[in-house]
Design a protein around this ligand. Sequence first.
Ligand code: FES
Ligand code: FE
Length: 452
Amino acid sequence: MTIKHRKYDILDMETGELDRRIFIDQDIYDEEMEKIFGRTWLMVAHESLVPNPNDFFLSYMGEDSVIVTRDADMKIHVLLNMCRHRGNRVMRADDGNAQNFMCTYHGWTFSNDGKLGHIPGEQEAYYGDLCKEDRGLYEARVGIYAGIVFANWDQDAPSLEDYLGDARWYLDSNFNRFEGGTVALGPQKWIEPCNWKTPVDNCSDNYHVPISHYSSSVVANKIYNLPMATMEMSLQTPNRNHHVYVNGHALTFRVAPPSNERPVRRGVTPENKPAFDAWEDIADAEAEVRLGAERAKELRLGNHSLFPNTVLGFRLAHPRGPLKTEFWHFALVPKDAPEVVRNAMQNATSQFNGAAGVFEQDDIDNWRQVTEASKSPIARKLRADISMGLKKSGPLEQWPGDHSDRYISENNQRNFYQRWMEFMNADSWRDVHIDPQTAQYEGTASFEGPSK
Ligand code: FES
Ligand code: FE
């Protein structure tokens, strides 16, 4: 691939120095909305948020409001929430059930598959001359992975399957595990004063955990009777913790110890443990059929981000200008798990992350300051340093992707900002590369997930 011009050259791959302007500049942000959010597959919803015919759920693609609908034939659509007359929003409610959406400015009315059905004064005012077929709601391409709904404005983009590429091999171990699928509970919504890229970058930042989250970890590990993770433990070689970049996406994962003991699940108490154990016996056996033994029993997905802005699993991080990000935090729980297990999982995820999560509080203070510092013309002369583990990564035979030598590394971050540059310097998808898929899939799980 030849890059015809390089408008953006924000990362020095010899020194690991990063230009801070990308965190605060309005013009750069506006270009991101077009060249990144206008081209990539964006997570917008989960099938469980629109379970019935005519359900809808309001979401965002970048800063554009979109309506995720399920039509009467159960097909999912993602429609730009903009009336094709003058641009009024046609839906204001967060979610609900409706066959039609009527614009409250002049009354143009669209069906939930986007077609323009009714225009007040169609004959009298327009003389029957307006072509309704040309004025339907603008529709994005839709792709579904493991029940998660993605959408893309760009007709030239590759399929969602190619876009996720070999990252799916890892993601399946979490999202495609359960025979009955998952349901999204929530969301909690709040706005954080940080650029959207900083939380993405932070998903692979294992360096901050023993420092920033020390006090939260003391509490959490006391509750769940776990040893404290130290910097030294994370840097041990060989280590069962891994840090890998796969086709644009940044992942961390852990390989289970040889005993294959079950991971300690947050939310388990002496009272609900029998219910957890009984459910896990069934769920683990199902997972092995769906994913094969390696991915079901040995691979444990950790923090991860999908390019551009999917962070920490099923969580939406909507950009709101260069200095703000709106988070929508869901608990994704197994649909068939008993209620006591689902409730415990939902409560546990809220204790750690989400608006009141103790780990979230630690993180946001860092992200706010990183964004704030970039506003100063003095501070901006000093580039950020993401040099850790430079040139210490490469492919491994047994797992796909570019693996950092150490679990604590800034290799995923360098890859993320290089991917950012690739999109920002590209005229179209013709200038953006996609890695060929090489992963071999054991098990019965399909790409779309259990509902298909
Ligand atoms: Fe919607 Fe006029 S703006 S009907
Ligand atoms: Fe953190």
